[in-house]
Design a protein around this ligand. Structure first.
Ligand code: 5GP
Ligand code: ZN
Length: 114
């Protein structure tokens, strides 16, 4: 996807502060962090929204959550706690249409979100 911001990060056309990478996923720090730890975990396959995820993406989704657990350990927030979020479409607050799991932690996170 040539016009996708996160595909451009995957291609190396836009720099990112990478924290974790496997054959299927890449994780990098959010450019506008909402918590001391705010990492975005993306599949290397372009998938626009969570609504577009199908059984062919099972391995990607499993690896995204495995990455979240591993990064939480790396960031030393696994025990204090953290939040994972997929925003979907307009009401969900999605701005970049390449699915990404937000991993947020390092402070107490209020609930419900705004
Ligand atoms: P969404 O609102 O789609 O769930 O989240 C998109 C996230 O991408 C936002 O938290 C935003 O700060 C982040 N973001 C937007 N542009 C860039 C960028 O160029 N680099 C990085 N690292 N994060 C970005
Ligand atoms: Zn993309």
């Amino acid at each position: 996807m040539t016009d996708c911001l996160f595909c451009k990060i995957l291609a190396g056309d836009i720099p990112a502060n990478k924290v974790y990478e496997t054959e299927r996923v890449l994780a990098f720090r959010d450019i506008d962090p909402k918590a001391p730890t705010h990492v975005l975990i993306i599949p290397k396959t372009h998938i626009a929204t969570l609504n577009d995820v199908g059984p062919e993406h099972n391995a990607d989704i499993v690896e995204i959550f495995a990455a979240a657990r591993e990064i939480a350990r790396q960031e030393d927030i696994a025990e204090s706690g953290y939040r994972t979020v997929f925003n979907c479409n307009a009401d969900g607050g999605q701005a970049v249409y390449h699915i990404h799991l937000h991993l947020l932690g390092g402070r107490h996170l209020a609930w419900p979100p705004g």
